[in-house]
Write a protein that binds this ligand. Structure first.
Ligand SMILES: [Mn+2]
Length: 314
């Protein structure tokens, strides 16, 4: 069988980076020639985890729109996403053969029946860990470390409402394999990811940004996790200018940015010009200075994307 790429979403987060590594590792144990790839830059948090566990990042691939020497399409497995807007460039010309995810099923279409596993868990690495168990395969120390990093990242150390008992159990078991104190390590990793001090506005605006499509409109929701909102507030004007620029270039109806304080578990939702009425309708709340304050809100997937998708539907 030809080589298979395992890839997370664009603007990859720790779950997408770790998912490409862990699922390609499992596939190789099962005899598949699987290679982890990534469609974008490695963020600080993921780099911290990779360095800590001594692993190389998945290989950067800009586009999968190419045929191999036999004229065959590139085989591709998607982890941690399924919406077409979030898939690596060139995927229309690739052969997607599997999806392992923990997000809503979006607009995915395919020609042939394929393996799809979507479970409502806090992290795709928890789903993947279930597949390791199903096959009676134990991940290496390093892979276990990346998997627990991903679960800690996606669930913000079990603070996010997306966290399930299965996520917690997986972290505890993986921590035993990796030999780490997951609470201490997890806090250090989140801290490394939340350090935005040297990021320019351009990077902050697009860091972890995801495209969504609803009612014929395309909009983006980005998220920045911090432990203190002051430093990012100082860059607000520049970040919004940057968001306005991409919005115009890409014809988005709006761009949103969740500034989430992971210590106080609250989100300040920023948005571009003209999005005020939709945002206020979605969250049934008045905005102040182009910000909607959302207490007890940490999850884009569960708490912010659904009301916005509904608001644009109508
Ligand atoms: Mn994820």
């Amino acid at each position: 069988m030809s080589q298979v790429f395992v890839c997370g979403h664009k603007s990859p987060d720790t779950d997408s980076i770790a998912g490409a590594l862990s699922y390609s590792y499992l596939k190789r144990q099962l005899g598949v020639d699987a290679v982890a790839i990534r469609p974008g830059e490695v963020n600080k948090e993921s780099q911290y985890a990779l360095d800590y566990f001594g692993l190389e990042a998945p290989k950067f691939v800009e586009s999968v729109a190419r045929k191999d020497e036999n004229g065959e399409k590139q085989k591709l497995i998607l982890v941690d996403h399924n919406e077409s807007k979030q898939i690596i460039d060139g995927h229309e010309d690739a052969d997607i053969i599997e999806i392992v995810d923990h997000h809503r099923l979006g607009d995915f279409e395919c020609d042939n029946p394929i393996f799809i596993l979507i479970r409502p868990l806090g992290c795709v690495n928890t789903v993947i860990y279930g597949l390791f168990k199903e096959h009676h395969i134990v991940p290496s120390k390093e892979i276990a470390g990346m998997m627990l990093s991903a679960i800690i990242s996606d669930t913000v150390l079990f603070r996010s409402p997306t966290t399930t008992e299965e996520d917690k159990k997986a972290v505890k078991e993986l921590a035993d394999i990796a030999g780490v104190d997951y609470e201490k390590y997890g806090m250090d990793m989140l801290k490394a990811g939340a350090d935005i001090s040297d990021y320019p506005a351009e990077k902050l605006a697009h860091n972890d940004s995801k495209e969504f499509s609803s009612g014929g409109h395309i909009f983006t929701i980005g998220q920045i996790s911090v432990m203190d909102v002051e430093p990012i507030n100082l860059k607000k004007a520049d970040i919004l200018k940057e968001l306005e620029k991409t919005k115009a270039e890409k014809n988005y109806v709006a761009s949103y940015l969740m500034v989430t304080n992971i210590l106080t578990e609250e989100t300040f939702l920023w948005f571009t010009d003209g999005a005020e009425s939709v945002a206020e309708k979605a969250f049934e709340k008045k905005s102040e200075n182009a910000v909607i304050y959302l207490p007890k809100t940490m999850s884009r997937k569960k708490q912010v994307a659904p009301p916005l998708l509904r608001a644009y539907e109508n």
